[in-house]
Design a protein. Structure first.
Lengths: 362, 297
């Protein structure tokens, strides 16, 4: 178990800049999730840490040891003592489950008895004890996934690398394995780097999340930080479901936000924060909007465009001229398409972003 | 009504016609094989299809031991036949080893490495493979004279291997392409160096492909006729293919007199056996053969 540091790490594939000057410190025993849309460089970052790719520039440290600086130093994957679970699981098709799990220990020439004992322990823990004689192609997706995980835990790796390990499972199994993985990580206390594009997975499992886009780190923080204090528009839009509403508006100098068709009075602390900005984007999550059937003080009138009941809540899409807003309402809030409703915004949970830099103002 | 009757008659009769056609084809193909089989086990087999009066293995014993059997007259050929079988085995085995070693290395590199001119090289290999070996026989013969490959079994094996190699590289590249790269990366992460990865992961996974290539090259060399025909002069160095042909060629117009049909048919059966056995052994893997993604440009 070591701390892993990436300093100004850049990776190019020909003309494509896959990873752009990433600096990141993964703490010992931490569960860190690299989150971002496909092609954002998260898998490349993982492969750089594993040593499957060499950095173009920058440095990667395992503890105090420099493992890759893109010039003179490069430690090959087999000497980095990492474990990795690929999205495809990459089980060896010619070996049975037992041999697959034992493989890393066999390569390290650990004593046979010890290997056998460890395999049985892991198989017990991951509930694959009855499958040890089977070949990978005789297993279901979920079973294959657990075998790959057992193999990764066979040795004590410096860091456990997981590349979208749940992506190939069906929805129900995914939710189940999510919890299992989190529990296992805490039990084994191993530094873990987990790559996913699923923000729910990231939020539910991570100690800290690294949000990436276009090869760059957008924000590093706890799930709570990302949700409540998104650093920029990208993070705000990526985290949370349904996604945050973004409304373009301007500041009118008298303490009001001007949305064109209506104005909202800003709280005092907002007025001081926005003094030097012109064009802004107002961001508010659907759950922070209150919806009423009757007109009331400070609420703005909208028309119901569509209502999608989800059982425990209703997702409302509301329209007014060219403004569109998604809001959440309790299940008993029955409305029809075209009904008039009034909404109010919870300013303590709303955010303001600079339209030009897309950064968070407040 | 009439239509129904027509249907009732027409459908079965079509089926009958089909069976008749099949039966004729069946006879056409099988008759020579049956004749060969019966003659091989007939102590007095001749050029006509006849049921043996008694069953014997003498013909096989003769071709394997090389000597005439007591109390049986015959031509001199059986003396050479045992040599011919050995020669064919030698040529086929050497060609197999050469092709498997070189094709696996070449195919693995072509599958895993990217280098400038790769697709051109692939196309070139394929074109060489498509070219009939007789088309380049003159320069080849000159080369063989230079290297001392004429009248030399090892030399013949090398030349045959070179003619089989291109297609086998393509077949094996297809197999290597179908092995996900992640499998190798997983092996590295698990602590394997390149050699351990090759021995413990890549080759075992590619095993069926290598087996197919080994057996195909064995068969190719075993059945090869033209290259030995050009390169081998001494009768005791003939492979089976050349031997069987020579029996006829050396006895022009005398078929039925000097040709010793019994041993010859026995030899033909021995000659045919490997292809049957090999098909049986590899039928599962043969279905997996594919030329990878077609990258010919």
């Amino acid at each position: 178990m070591v701390e892993i540091r990436l300093e100004e790490v850049t990776k190019r594939f020909g003309n494509v800049l896959a990873v752009d000057r990433i600096t990141l410190k993964v703490r010992d025993k931490e569960f860190i999730v690299l989150l971002g849309p496909s092609g954002c460089g998260k898998t490349t970052t993982l492969r750089l840490i594993a040593g499957l790719e060499k950095v173009t520039s920058g440095r990667i440290y395992f503890g105090d040891e420099l493992v890759d600086d893109g010039k003179t130093t490069y430690v090959a994957p087999q000497y980095r003592n990492v474990s990795m679970v690929f999205q495809s699981y990459a089980l060896f098709p010619h070996m049975n489950v037992f041999e697959n799990i034992a493989f890393p220990a066999r390569i390290r020439k650990l004593p046979k008895e010890e290997v056998k004992k460890r395999v049985y322990e892991l198989a017990e823990l991951l509930r694959i004890k009855d499958l040890l004689d089977r070949k990978p192609h005789e297993l279901s997706g979920g079973q294959q996934q657990r075998v790959a995980l057992a193999r990764a835990l066979m040795i004590e790796p410096s860091v456990l690398l997981l590349d979208e390990p749940l992506a190939n499972l069906d929805a129900k199994l995914r939710v189940y394995m999510r919890a299992e993985l989190k529990r296992l990580q805490k039990e084994f206390k191993c530094t873990t780097i987990y790559v996913t594009h699923d923000q729910v997975e990231a939020m539910s499992m991570a100690d800290r999340i690294v949000v990436m886009n276009q090869g760059r780190i957008q924000q590093v923080g706890t799930p709570d930080d990302l949700y409540n204090k998104p650093a920029n528009l990208f993070v705000a839009g990526f985290i949370g479901s349904p996604p945050m509403n973004f409304l373009e508006c301007s500041i009118d100098g008298k303490g009001f936000l001007d949305f064109g068709v209506f104005k909202l009075r800003m709280p005092e602390d907002w007025i001081t924060a926005v003094q030097e900005v012109g064009e802004v984007i107002y961001g508010i999550r659907p759950q922070d909007i209150r919806v009423y059937k009757k007109e009331r003080e400070g609420a703005v009138e909208f028309t119901v465009y569509v209502a999608e009941p989800l059982g425990d809540r209703i997702v409302l899409t509301l329209a007014r001229d060219n403004l569109w807003i998604k809001a959440l309402a309790p299940p008993e809030f029955t409305v029809e398409m075209g009904d008039r409703v009034w909404i109010s915004f919870d300013f303590t949970k709303a955010h303001l972003f600079d339209k030009r830099s897309e950064r968070l103002i407040i | 009504m009439a239509k129904d009757i027509l249907k009732k008659i027409a459908e079965p009769s079509l089926q009958v016609v089909g069976y008749v056609v099949l039966a004729v084809m069946f006879l056409y193909i099988l008759t020579p094989l049956v004749w060969m089989f019966l003659t091989a086990f007939n102590p007095e087999g001749g050029p006509f299809l006849e049921l043996p009066k008694e069953f014997t293995l003498d013909n096989f014993i003769m071709i394997f031991t090389g000597g005439p059997i007591k109390g049986r007259a015959g031509a001199a050929h059986p003396f050479y036949m045992s040599r011919w079988i050995q020669n064919s085995l030698f040529i086929a085995s050497v060609a197999l080893l050469l092709v498997v070693t070189m094709a696996s290395m070449a195919a693995y590199s072509l599958s895993r490495l990217d280098f400038p001119g790769k697709s051109l090289l692939m196309t070139f290999i394929l074109l060489i493979g498509f070219m009939p070996s007789m088309a380049k026989i003159l320069p080849l013969f000159k080369l063989c004279l230079m290297f001392g490959f004429v009248d030399n079994l090892f030399g013949v094996a090398v030349v045959i291997a070179s003619s089989i190699l291109p297609t086998q590289i393509w077949i094996l590249k297809g197999f290597f392409d179908s092995i996900p790269r992640e499998l190798e990366e997983q092996a590295w992460v698990c602590g394997c160096g390149w050699f351990t990865t090759l021995m413990r992961v890549v080759l075992p996974v590619a095993g069926p492909g290598i087996a197919v290539v080994a057996l195909l090259s064995f068969l190719g060399a075993w059945g090869s006729f033209t290259i030995p025909l050009i390169l081998i002069r001494s009768e005791d160095l003939y492979p089976i293919s050349l031997g069987i042909a020579s029996v006829f060629v050396h006895n022009p117009g005398e078929i039925g007199l000097a040709v010793d049909y019994g041993p010859l048919c026995a030899l033909s059966i021995v000659y045919a056996i490997p292809s049957l056995v090999i098909y049986y052994l590899t039928r599962k893997y043969l279905m997996q053969v594919r030329l990878g993604k077609m990258e010919v440009r």
